[in-house]
Design a protein around this ligand. Sequence first.
Ligand code: T3D
Length: 257
Amino acid sequence: MTINLSKEAGVAKIILNRPDVLNSFNKEVAMAMQDALKDCDRDPEVRAIFLTGEGRAFCAGQDLAEAIAADGPTLNSIVRDHYNPIISQLRGIEKPIICAVNGVAAGAGANIALACDIIFAGTSASFIQAFSKIGLIPDSGGTFFLPRIVGFQRATALMMLGDKLKAAEAFNMGLVYKVIDDDKLLEVSFECAKSMAKMPTKGLGYTKRALNLSLFNNLDDQLDVEENLQTMAGKTHDYQEGVNAFLQKRLPDFKGN
Ligand code: T3D
């Protein structure tokens, strides 16, 4: 299996599984990833998604052997049919997506990580906008997310130079939430995913929707978005439970709806 999907304690764990080629994406991986994300979206038992890579890398982006194979998919099909749907799914699924970058994240691999909600990086992780090295432009949402995360100037430099950003530098630039010792990365980040799976899932999903919309809206429109989504959050079971638990001085039992 090029992607391993398993479920535990409300968390769907997706592991990219082509370690011999640093978990680079070919058509099979891309389609399996889309299917796995669809499954996570539809399954009400899944309240958080955890993404990582098998072996010493997170993901080296596009499988370059496939990209130049005479009978392989065309460049525009790779972008349109493989990566774009994945990025739309990562942003559109209204459940928290936690990414553990366990090694190098290059090309589309780096930008798939950036589309997740919370990124933990192991101390030996690195991020490379590798596209310029092979004459391509950054895809998989990179030109959208990276300038918004690190600023236009740094994004331009990272994308044009293709420099390797070590985990500590990535943290300093705001690309990752936390850097964790390599030997603790999976444990710590998966614990975070498990605890998020016990949180008010609808509220977290609405938060994600509001953040997505904030990327385009002016302040007035965004204030309207907040009013509407807050009204919807206020109608959830978990809002009632959260307030009751607070007033009764007990731990809440959130159901995710
Ligand atoms: O058509 C299109 O391309 C459009 C889509 C674009 C989206 C993109 O993602 S474009 C960017 C594609 N990715 C890259 O350019 C990165 C290529 N890889 C590297 O630069 C390096 O492998 C790394 C910096 C990521 C890691 O370097 P290192 O020294 O730790 O490992 P390595 O020795 O280079 O790689 C280990 C093996 O994985 C090696 O195979 P071997 O020699 O052991 O049989 C290497 O060929 C293989 N591998 C690594 N990356 C890829 C790959 N095989 C196929 N595709 C890869 N992207």
